[in-house]
Design a protein around this ligand. Structure first.
Ligand code: ATP
Length: 285
């Protein structure tokens, strides 16, 4: 046991209140406990306990629930390199060998740093969106050319193969966990799986608070708006849909003071400044 490593992994200036992610406290602590606890342990203890760091994490659930948001926030919170964000279909190339090379390139920086610094190297995060497009069940993936299989093998080689690195975390995201090959969900691969589901009422209040923060700061949110009431009326809304609702309500309010017509936009700056987004605008939206 040599030194505590909390500062080495979490940015000291990071504030959880500023995360801008609502209703996902439980999910976030689950992610933290499973994926990062080992990285905070002193190296001596890790060796003693034979702990292996988690290299892959899968965030799954319906669209617009904050998977991308939370993955990015993890990147900002950690003393890690700027996350590399890739999209499943983008990695697949029709040119022979190029898809594998795309994967290898993703890991290049992490590899170089690991070679020179070993376990002391900083964390490299790779965020993989639409994972299911590449990692479908065997036999159902790709176009029969084996390209997708090669990509899978290459990624697994980097995560749990012979030339594995200790300084990477791959965060995969999908709306369709059921489509993903079970072999990928084994320990050493995407072993931590966290469901990011639709927010409950309390979660929706938190998301409304986040999404109306700017309106409140500019004193443009009318006193008759109750975020609690809005949350109770928006069952089954995702975070993205709440964001859309706030945007729509705001544009109704803007339209009430701005006159757009026949190539001209007329408005009075004072009216715009005094503009309030009211309960009525939210109901209309
Ligand atoms: P998809 O599966 O479609 O890629 P996703 O789950 O990755 O969706 P995001 O891209 O993270 O969803 O969400 C879109 C936007 O919706 C975010 O940028 C954010 O503004 C808002 N949003 C979604 N969920 C939340 C949340 N839990 N808290 C605050 N804002 C949220």
């Amino acid at each position: 046991v040599t030194r505590p490593r909390t500062d080495a992994i979490i940015r000291p200036d990071f504030k959880f209140e500023d995360m801008g992610v609502g209703g996902l406290d439980k999910e976030f602590s689950q992610i933290f406990r499973r994926a990062f606890a080992s990285r905070i342990m002193p190296p001596g203890l890790i060796e003693k306990l034979g702990v292996k760091h988690v290299k892959g994490m899968l965030l799954y659930g319906p669209p617009g629930t904050g998977k991308t948001l939370i993955a990015r926030k993890i990147g900002q919170m950690l003393n890690a390199n700027e996350p590399k964000i890739v999209n499943g279909p983008e990695i697949l190339s029709k040119y022979v060998g190029s898809s594998e090379e795309n994967i290898r390139n993703l890991f290049k920086d992490a590899e170089a740093e690991y070679k020179s610094k070993g376990d002391e190297s900083s964390l490299h995060i790779i965020i993989f969106d639409e994972l299911d497009s590449v990692f479908k069940q065997r036999g159902s993936r790709g176009d029969g050319t084996g390209v997708a299989d090669n990509v899978v093998n290459q990624l697994l080689a980097k995560m749990d193969g012979v030339d594995q690195l200790n300084n990477i975390l791959v965060i995969g995201m999908t709306n369709r966990k059921d489509l993903i090959d079970n072999a990928l969900l084994r320990p050493g691969r995407f072993e931590v799986q966290v469901e990011i589901s639709l927010p409950d009422e309390d979660g929706r209040v938190q998301i409304f608070e986040i999404q109306t923060k700017n309106l409140k700061q500019s004193k443009s949110l009318a006193a008759d708006v109750s975020l609690k009431e809005l949350a109770s009326m928006t069952k089954n809304f995702s975070g993205a849909e709440i964001e859309g609702l706030v945007r729509a309500a705001t544009s109704f309010a803007v339209n009430s003071v701005v006159n757009i017509g026949e190539g001209k936009t007329k408005y009075n700056a004072k009216d715009l400044e005094a503009m309030k987004v009211t309960r009525e605008h939210f109901l209309k939206a």
